[in-house]
Design a protein around this ligand. Structure first.
Ligand SMILES: NC(=O)C1=CN([C@@H]2O[C@H](COP(=O)(O)OP(=O)(O)OC[C@H]3O[C@@H](n4cnc5c(N)ncnc54)[C@H](OP(=O)(O)O)[C@@H]3O)[C@@H](O)[C@H]2O)C=CC1
Ligand SMILES: Cc1cn([C@H]2C[C@H](O)[C@@H](COP(=O)(O)OP(=O)(O)O[C@H]3O[C@@H](C)C(=O)[C@@H](O)[C@H]3O)O2)c(=O)[nH]c1=O
Length: 284
């Protein structure tokens, strides 16, 4: 198959590139904004047609959650309008599409893991634009999968794990919220799930994917420091109102992954096991 990966220089895009080495039966087009701007409707249509693309995996997005509150138009263009262009181009060529979305489509007032059946209700610009993107993709492409994930980290780019290692090495004290609960996702594990879907055949619909288990950002930080061997920084739990931020975050955004596990027969590692793998890779 001919697979187009957009936003290929980001965290997930890089892990898709890594795993393409184990999936050499396909031909890949790894593009980022320099090669293919997902906001350029004509360029997308031409690229997908000319290269006979069979599957689009959209890893491009506007992911700066706080900045999004001040840049709603740009955020909407990238997270909503552009995925619609990709989905329409896929449909026109009979291709399939995988759109990656977020746990931040939920407002976090739930208290049991969110299944795909729960109606989303985002409480931030980022979450609202990602939800609109999901809807545009599902409307425009008959062979589309939306995979919602959460708290993504990797050895690439900027992410919470790398920030906490840096701050842990720089500071003696750090406060991290303990009243926002979710599950981290190692981008390599998500890329594996995407390959499972591509290789087994796209089954249209919405899916949830994160690692197994549950934690707060505080618990996550304590584990990051323990595994990275950082002992000189005292991490304290904070309430959300003690760490003011421009965008509200969901208080509870644990995703129920039953559907993706059953549909593609995949096993998902516990978040602590995958965190260890990532930290070992960072140390190499
Ligand atoms: N990061 C997270 O914690 C989470 C992410 N997600 C979702 O997962 C997906 C992947 O996220 P992640 O890998 O972290 O994202 P990144 O922010 O790491 O990567 C996004 C990539 O898209 C590129 N890009 C920006 N604008 C365009 C454009 N116009 N055309 C093409 N490419 C562009 C970015 O380039 P540049 O850097 O130059 O702007 C960057 O390389 C996204 O859909 C995101 O919403 C879901 C849950 C959690
Ligand atoms: C850096 C830092 C953050 N925090 C808090 C702020 C926030 O509530 C929480 C997470 O921090 P961040 O702002 O880095 O994470 P955030 O940007 O909210 O991460 C989100 O990104 C988008 C793209 C997603 O889709 C989500 O799944 C999620 O991963 O931790 C602290 O309490 N102390 C700190 O020192």
């Amino acid at each position: 198959m001919n697979i187009l990966v957009t936003g290929a220089n980001g965290q997930l895009g890089n892990e898709m590139r890594v795993l393409s080495a184990e999936n050499q039966q396909h031909t890949y087009f790894f593009t980022d904004v320099q090669e293919l701007d997902i906001c350029d409707e004509q360029a997308i249509r031409a690229f997908v047609t000319d290269n006979r693309v069979d599957v689009i995996v959209n890893c491009a997005a506007y992911t700066a959650v706080d900045k999004a509150e001040d840049n709603p138009e740009l955020c909407d263009k990238l997270n909503h309008i552009a995925p619609g262009y990709l989905a329409a181009a896929a449909e026109a060529c009979g291709a399939a599409m995988i759109q990656v979305s977020t746990d931040y489509v939920f407002d976090g007032t739930g208290h049991i893991p969110y299944s795909e059946e729960v109606t989303p209700c985002p409480n931030s610009v980022y979450g609202s634009t990602k939800l609109a993107g999901e809807q545009a993709v599902m409307e425009k492409c008959s062979r589309a999968m939306v995979i919602r994930t959460a708290w993504l980290y990797s050895i690439y780019g900027n992410n919470f794990v790398k920030t906490m290692i840096r701050l842990g090495n720089e500071r003696e004290r750090l406060g991290v919220v303990f009243d926002q609960i979710g599950t981290p996702t190692y981008a390599n594990d998500l890329a594996r799930a995407i390959f499972a879907a591509v290789n087994q055949g796209i089954v249209p619909g919405i899916y949830h994917f994160s690692n197994e288990g549950v934690c707060s950002w505080y618990d996550f930080t304590v584990a990051i420091h323990r595994m990275a061997g950082i002992t000189s920084c005292k991490v304290s739990p904070l309430h959300t109102d003690e760490y003011p931020a421009k965008a509200p975050r969901p208080q509870y955004s644990v995703l129920d992954k039953t559907k993706i596990k059953k549909t593609f027969g995949i096993e998902i590692p516990h978040w602590e096991d995958s965190l260890q793998v990532c930290i070992d890779r960072l140390a190499q």
